[in-house]
Write a protein that binds this ligand. Sequence first.
Ligand code: ADP
Length: 436
Amino acid sequence: MSPVWRRELRRISYLLIIAFVIGYTSGYHGWTIAAVLTLYLGWHMLQLSRLYRWLAAGQTAHLPATYGIWGSVFAETQRLQNRSMKHQQRLQAIINRIQDSTAALQDAVLMVDSQGNLEWWNQAAQRFLGLKAPVDVGQPITNLIRDPAFKSYFNQGEYADPFTMTSPVNKRIHLQFNITQFGRRDRLMLVHDVTRLKQLEQMRKDFVANVSHELRTPLTVLSGYIETMVTHADMLPERWGRMLDQMSSQSLRMEAIIKDLLTLSRLETSAKEQASPVAVQPLLEQIAADARALSLDRGHTIDLTLDGPVALLGYADELRSAFSNLAFNAVKYTPDNGHIELIWRTTAATSETPQAEFCVKDDGVGIAEHHIPRLTERFYRADPSRSKETGGTGLGLAIVKHVLLRHDGELVIDSTPGKGSCFCCRFSQQRTVNEL
Ligand code: ADP
């Protein structure tokens, strides 16, 4: 038993002894004991009510001093209270420091709860997104950032890739959103100002487009002269023949590169117009015929299988460019007498909803696995000497990638060196049309 309890028991014993003595001398045993116990109980009730008042008042003042068991209870409670206050102050200091440092951040930071409601944000978020305290606290974030693309990005819950949009308060500011989930589906949003990067990217695009455009005219003039010289080669000394052939093939290559660069910059910069249904059969029949013409006397077998939706929602010129790049690559990288298949079909292989895909399969040289992720980079070639031999620009697959981006599609490449390759353009079901 603790000394506090022992003292309290001793106190009760003394009280009872006194009550007995008084009761014995006065002859009122019962009344005296009852009066002493009532006084004792009253004293306990008084201490209890003091403790209650102190708790109800928010524990701001010090607990009043008292004696007996209540003295120990008050002292212990006060000690716990002091400790918890110190702990709270320490935590508050940490929170203040974190808030001060995030408030000073250039990037916007927002905390959104599991229901998608805004909990907290810093000053940069106020600046970039026009949030207002305290009215926006607890509001759904998708009501505050009213961009349909942001809404679908936020709601789909998959944040591996960042999302970019212009600021709702200033269209000249480009913002990149990175969302991290924590706790129970709470979300931390970091919003970074990428305006400068966008400007640089735009400058790069403009530069490539302008250079390509500016080079086109002088090159056309040069090619024209070279062609004239080739047609009149018999009038020139014999040793000029090889030189002229080289000049002619190199100028054709340069023209092809410029044409592809211009196509790429158009794909990158032009706004998406209204997509319209593009009939697949005539498009692929024409591409198959062009591929056969390119193969000429190399003996390739080129088969076309049409087993998919009637049409694709998109842009006819862009789809023609992408599909023919794949078909012509197959002709270029398949040895003579090889077999090439152009297949248009519906597949459910990669998702629950069926997709439409255009695949070009060949039994040509194939590509080593480590090249595959980089093939759609500009000027990346798995086999540079073969590519140059075939007159490749190194831009074909970059064009395919951009066209597919504009059609919400993806390029899937499967290849085995020495056995052949399969390039598939996959389109979502929303892009397919079953009746024209
Ligand atoms: P290029 O103009 O050089 O063909 P592309 O961007 O069209 O450029 O292709 C990039 C590279 O991918 C090519 O250089 C080639 O090495 C490889 N490639 C493309 N298609 C095929 C194919 N059907 N078979 C083998 N390799 C291919």
